[in-house]
Design a protein. Structure first.
Length: 120
């Protein structure tokens, strides 16, 4: 294969924009996500393929969907919260226990108390 071929192909794709379609789709999806409340993003990831149109239209249709299906929105929110809690529990269980640090000086043995010391 000619070593120049990959560069020629890349220039062709760049010139005709066929290699950048995913960028445009990603930018449109990000435009929807930016304007969305953060707690609804998990439900958006699950249902985003149902909504067609411009980013504004998709967001509007999605918010209508959430309003009509509040139970589903809450269950997805609960599932995400459960996953986050399980992740934190796993991290807590797998962390290494640090060695205890003693801030006391050397241990001294105190002498036995003596009762018959004459004080004069």
């Amino acid at each position: 294969m000619d070593p120049l071929a990959p560069r020629v192909l890349a220039r062709f794709l760049e010139a005709y924009g066929t290699g950048r379609g995913w960028e445009h789709r990603r930018e449109k999806e990000e435009a929807v996500i930016v304007n969305m409340p953060p707690h609804l993003q998990a439900l958006w990831r699950k249902t985003k393929n149902q909504f067609k149109g411009t980013p504004e239209q998709r967001l509007e249709k999605f918010l209508e969907y959430v309003h009509e299906h509040e139970g589903e929105a809450m269950s997805v929110l609960q599932d995400e919260a459960d996953k986050a809690v399980q992740k934190m529990v796993r991290e807590y269980q797998h962390r290494e226990e640090p060695e205890p640090v003693y801030h006391h000086g050397p241990h001294y043995v105190l002498p036995e108390p003596v009762d018959d010391i004459p004080f004069s």
